[in-house]
Design a protein around this ligand. Sequence first.
Ligand SMILES: C[S@@+](CC[C@H](N)C(=O)[O-])C[C@H]1O[C@@H](n2cnc3c(N)ncnc32)[C@H](O)[C@@H]1O
Length: 217
Amino acid sequence: MMPDRLGFIREHTRLQRPPHTPEVELWLADEITPIWRLTEEELGEMGVPPPFWAFAWAGGQAVARWILDHPHEVAGKRVLDFACGSGLVAIAAMKAGAASALANDIDAFCEAAVAVNAEANGVAVAFTAQNLLDAPPPEVDVICAGDVSYEKPMAERVHAWLREAHGRGVRVLIGDPGRTYFDRTGLERLAEYQVTTTRELEDMEVKRTGVWALTSE
Ligand SMILES: C[S@@+](CC[C@H](N)C(=O)[O-])C[C@H]1O[C@@H](n2cnc3c(N)ncnc32)[C@H](O)[C@@H]1O
């Protein structure tokens, strides 16, 4: 673990409770531009992707809410939080009694974000930065994916990969606030929430956000 990144996150974000999942405390930013600029400086690179890890996205908040309210979905199970960002969903899964939680994100900064956030909540969460889409889905019981349909190529690849996981018997839960490339084919809506996010990220402060499960149809 890179101690400088842990310190960076603690210095430039603050502990906050996402509005829809106040049970979970996360190191989050209030504004996107300053933390994005600081991240570029820290990495010594320009044009890096946005610091998704510094915010609790509507899709992630919705899946985390569903899990916290329906702990049987994850209790005693191995859970993967795919495209984890802050690690909110993995942390919610552990709080709901999961046997283990693996957080995954291709943004290398997420390793530190997940570490500080798991510590803040007193839970253990493993992390991998591997691009899991390059291989068959891992051996887990549940895969959660919060807010992963904002770019077309990624959304299509993720949906196919999640469907493959479902075909192998994995329970797949997706949180989505109506992103452009969200494909509802073969999905059953479990819940719909009004999730408060921030105008820093979204066109509206409250996003109607669904929690969906892949089905066999
Ligand atoms: C909008 S954020 C959602 C973060 C979190 N799930 C939440 O809801 O707060 C999307 C995340 O997808 C991650 N991502 C993009 N492509 C990915 C891939 N192939 N594998 C894993 N994560 C990926 C990004 O780095 C980013 O953290």
